[in-house]
Structure formats: C-alpha cells, structure tokens
Design a protein around this ligand. Structure first.
Ligand SMILES: [Zn+2]
Length: 441
C-alpha cells in the first residue's frame, strides 16, 4: 500500500475535499463551518480554507449568524444556487419544453412549451434553436450557463450524448449532445425520458429517501427508470428498464418490438384506449358515451372516473390492465427488491382505480418479503420530473467529485466541445426525506 502522496494526488485530494464541502453545504445548508467539519470529517482548518475559496469563487455565500454554542455566533453558509444557470430541455412526441433553471433546478418559470409535429433533422434543428433562444435571454447572459440537459424518448447512449434510436422521432444514431456542445460551448447531457424522470424524482421529488427505487410510468408506452444504490442503472447497452417489453403473455399480440405478449400492449394507454373504443363500437353500454361526444376522445382521466363510478366497461378495462401491470411489477420486485416504486402517468395518479388491481395482483404474484417491504408512491413532480431530472444531471456532474477538476476551468472559459463524453450518472445524496409520503405498501 502506498503511504506517500505526490503533488498530483494532493491536488486531487484537495479537489475532492472541496467538492465534498460544497455538496455538504448544498444538501445541509444553511450550515456553520463547525458542522461542515463534523459531517465531512475534515479538520476545521481545512474546512475554513476550502470555504473561503468557495466564497471567493461565488459558489457559497454567508447568510447570517447561527445560534451561539458557548462562543462567538457562527456564520451560516449556503450554496449559491444563483452562481450559474442550467438549460433543461424536455423532448416528447408532441411537445418541446425548454427551461432556464438555477443550480437547484428551480426557477422553472421561464419554461416554454411548444407543440411540434417535427421529427428527424428538423426536430434536432428546432431543439438547437430553442436552446439558443434560452441562452440569449437576460439571466443566461449575466451568469454562466454551466450545462445543458436534454430528456428525449428512445434508446440513448448517455455517455456519448447520442440518441441511438427513436422510432417516433425518426432518429438513428443522432449525436445531439456533441453537436450542441460544439455549437454552444457548454457541456451537454442527453438522457432517456424515463431515466430523466426517475432522476428528477430521486433528487427533487418522491424518491428522495430511497437509494433503490424504480420509477414506473404508464402513458403512450410503459417504461421504468432504475435507481440502484443511488445511481441510475442503464445496463450494458443503455436499454435497462424496458418494463414495457417484459413478455407476460405467451399467447399475446405481437408487439412493435417484434416479440409477443409485451406488457406495453396490455397496459399502455393506446392499448387500453383501443379496447375501450372497440367495445363501445361493438355496442357495449357505458356512461362514457354520455361524457364525450365521440368515444375516440376518451382520456385516462375520464375512464378512471367512470370506473370509480362503477361503469362496467371502464371497470373491466382498467381491472384487466391493473392485473397485467401487477404481474409486471411483481416480477420487477422479485428481481430487484426495491425500496419504492414511484408511479407516473395519469392512470396511476390520485384515486387511481387501476392501482387497486395492481396492488391486489402484486400480493398474489410476488414474493412476500420484498412485496411487503416495497412502497408504491405517487410521483411528486408530474410532467416536470424530466426537466428536474436533466437539470439534476447537469448539477451533479458539476458537483461530482470525480468531475471536479475541470469544473473551475469550465466556468472561466466555457469552450467544451465533446464535454458530453462525461458520464451522466447521479451520485448518492443525503437529502432528507419529504415530510409526508404515502406508504402504499
Ligand atoms: Zn415489445
């Protein structure tokens, strides 16, 4: 074992300590120097020196005095979330949302959502134009933008910033990250939409207390974002979490992925919608036809309401989907033994009829111990989870110990083509749990 350190090791150690102190202030501030020393196990002298550097560089500010514990009143410090800005972009099949956030992923009021029917290169160009527009707004001109985060559907190589494949958006091996990094001289992180939502909920939403959690979303598709040991788990080729293509029915329909009996064809909204509209057109009676003029206009919310009111067609459709999803989640729980499953999508929202059947089926199809331990929790951030997620990725790459060395230079001289090569993962955090969360287990 090496016992001496060279100058390079020392520099790295200092940078790691600086990152540790900054992360402690961010997570626990306002905080006194003495408490930073206690939490980081660094000496008070080291903390004092690192803190004065961080204040001089603008990352930390003092915010008044704490209560005296015998001596002089200690100065309280907090992370200066306004030291820079993050550009967060959320790409979906039909909307493009861009936002400028502070370094706590807040200040999303500047977000702008625009509908689009674009795909392929035209959509990529539109994204570039929107990022350019946000970068030219007032706040971004005054303070440095420290990174750009983009959430997108499809198979994403987050490390390379490349969208490998998106059927709906007609993208194949699109190097969106490197292209935008070169154009805007900022690090760019590209993340799959479900992973982005999982990361958002993990850092800023319902997932905060859990190191091992799965974000499950039911909408136009079915996806799962896996957070294992505090970090997003992408798998070998980046496709981990494809819960929608878990095959649960050997005699089922053929899926667009080419396989048979995929969960997505049983529980995603288009599948449920198709079953409901078909039944109505066959003449099955339902109150839904009194609510909407044309059955094709039925929404998840309307179907859920009808089921809660006892409408037989709605009850059957959602119970059936709930049973299928329950089987899928039981398999997921048996495999991963997560602490929590965060539920996304309007079918699993508040007063979800479908969820009752999900729970019942999980109880009969899953292993008892992990099934009893897991919590099913509604999401907290809704549609904004993806924006929070990609902003979190930028933030955590900024703060992460292993990436710290290049950070100071980035701020001074933002010329970083190819910066997106850095991994977009999240690190474990120490944020306290939200005051109230529902125990669904
Ligand atoms: Zn499939």
């Amino acid at each position: 074992m090496k016992t001496s350190r060279g100058p390079a090791d020392l520099k790295l150690l200092q940078e790691m300590n600086r990152a540790k102190v900054l992360e402690t202030i961010r997570a626990s501030g306002p905080i006194a120097r003495v408490d930073i020393a206690r939490q980081t196990h660094l000496s008070p002298t080291t903390v004092a020196s690192l803190v004065s550097d961080l204040i001089a560089d603008g990352w930390v500010r003092s915010v008044g005095e704490g209560r005296s514990r015998g001596g002089r009143k200690p100065t309280l410090l907090e992370f200066n979330a306004r030291a820079g800005y993050i550009v967060a972009v959320d790409v979906t099949d039909s909307y493009l949302t861009t936002a400028l956030t502070d370094l706590n992923a807040q200040e999303l009021e500047q977000e702008r959502t625009i509908p689009h029917q674009l795909a392929g290169d035209a959509l990529a160009e539109r994204i570039g134009a929107e990022v350019g527009r946000v970068l030219s707004t007032g706040g971004a001109r005054e303070l440095p933008v420290v990174g750009i985060g983009i959430s997108t559907p499809g198979l994403v190589d987050a490390g390379a910033g490349v969208i490998r494949y998106s059927l709906k958006l007609n993208w194949m091996d699109l190097p969106l990250g490197p292209a935008l990094a070169q154009r805007f001289h900022n690090p760019v992180y590209v993340e799959n939409d479900t992973n982005a939502a999982a990361i958002g909920e993990k850092w800023f939403g319902a997932g905060r207390p859990f190191a091992n959690m799965v974000y499950v979303s039911i909408g136009s598709g079915v996806g799962a974002g896996l957070i294992l040991n505090g970090e997003v788990f992408r798998g070998f080729t980046g496709s981990a979490g494809e819960l929608g293509h878990m095959s649960i029915d050997k005699g089922g329909e053929r899926c667009e992925c080419g396989n048979i009996g995929c969960l997505e064809n049983l529980v995603a909204w288009p599948a449920i919608w198709a079953r409901v509209t078909k039944a109505v057109k066959r003449g099955v009676p339902t109150v839904i036809t009194e609510i909407v003029e044309n059955i094709d206009q039925v929404t998840p919310e309307i179907l859920n309401k009808a089921a809660l009111a006892g409408d037989q067609l709605a009850v059957n459709a959602l119970a059936e989907a709930g049973v299928s999803l329950g089987i899928g989640l039981a398999n997921l729980i048996n495999l991963l033994n997560p602490e929590a499953i965060i539920l996304g999508g309007s079918l699993l929202g508040e007063k979800s009829f479908m969820l009752q059947h999900v729970r019942k089926t999980m109880a009969t199809h899953g292993l008892k111990v992990p099934g009893a331990a897991v919590r099913l929790i509604p999401n907290q951030l809704g549609e904004k989870a993806r924006l929070f997620g990609v902003a979190s990725i930028v933030l955590h790459n900024l703060l992460a110990t292993k990436f710290w060395p290049s950070f100071a230079e980035e701020i001074a001289e933002p010329s970083l083509a190819g910066e997106n090569q850095r991994a977009g993962g999240v690190a474990p955090d120490s944020t306290p749990p939200p005051a109230n969360y529902e125990n669904g287990g």
